[in-house]
Ligand binder design. Structure first.
Ligand code: FES
Length: 161
């Protein structure tokens, strides 16, 4: 987590609200925009930082359907559609992955191996367009190679499983 710029984005939001509980929804928004979804680790991090019980943070995250919890796929790919990435072709990258894996953004492949999501900015704009695979940042992806880069990682995790 140290050095992950996405946590700095969430941190800035919490700081803006004086690390008070009333900034919870904003913090969750920031987290979702930075990660594409909310996972247990991030929710617990927010709870700790805002001095809120985890049950409260999980409750809010599950109550509002504008928040997406960690998807059901065994692996997760998130495509950044923030401005810098968009300008550098993120839409085409997303379309290429959707085509290759026959899945739409927000969905999971039929074999449950890959969930595909979008985010607003990972804080790594210099590497645009950026995607993540299971949290690993992959920068300067091209529509022609994005699906292949995911396939390689899927093959690697299968070998080591
Ligand atoms: S806009 Fe994609 S990382 Fe910032």
């Amino acid at each position: 987590m140290a050095g992950d710029k996405r946590y700095k984005i969430i941190e800035a939001t919490m700081r803006r609200h004086g690390y008070q509980g009333h900034g919870l929804i904003e913090a969750l928004h920031s987290a979702q925009e930075a990660f594409g979804y909310l996972d247990d680790f991030t929710l617990k991090h927010i709870a700790r930082t805002l001095h809120l019980p985890p049950s409260k943070v999980f409750g809010v995250a599950t109550f509002y359907n504008l928040f997406t919890l960690k998807p059901q796929g065994a692996h997760t790919c998130v495509v950044c559609l923030g401005t810098a990435c968009y300008i550098k072709g993120a839409r085409e990258v997303l379309a290429a992955i959707e085509d290759e894996y026959d899945v739409k953004a927000g969905g999971t492949t039929r074999d449950n191996q890959l969930s595909l999501l979008t985010a607003r900015c990972f804080g790594s704009c210099a590497l645009a367009p950026v995607i993540t695979f299971d949290g690993e940042t992959i920068g300067k992806v091209a529509p022609t190679t994005a699906a292949q880069q995911i396939a390689q990682r899927l093959a690697t995790v299968r070998q080591t499983a």
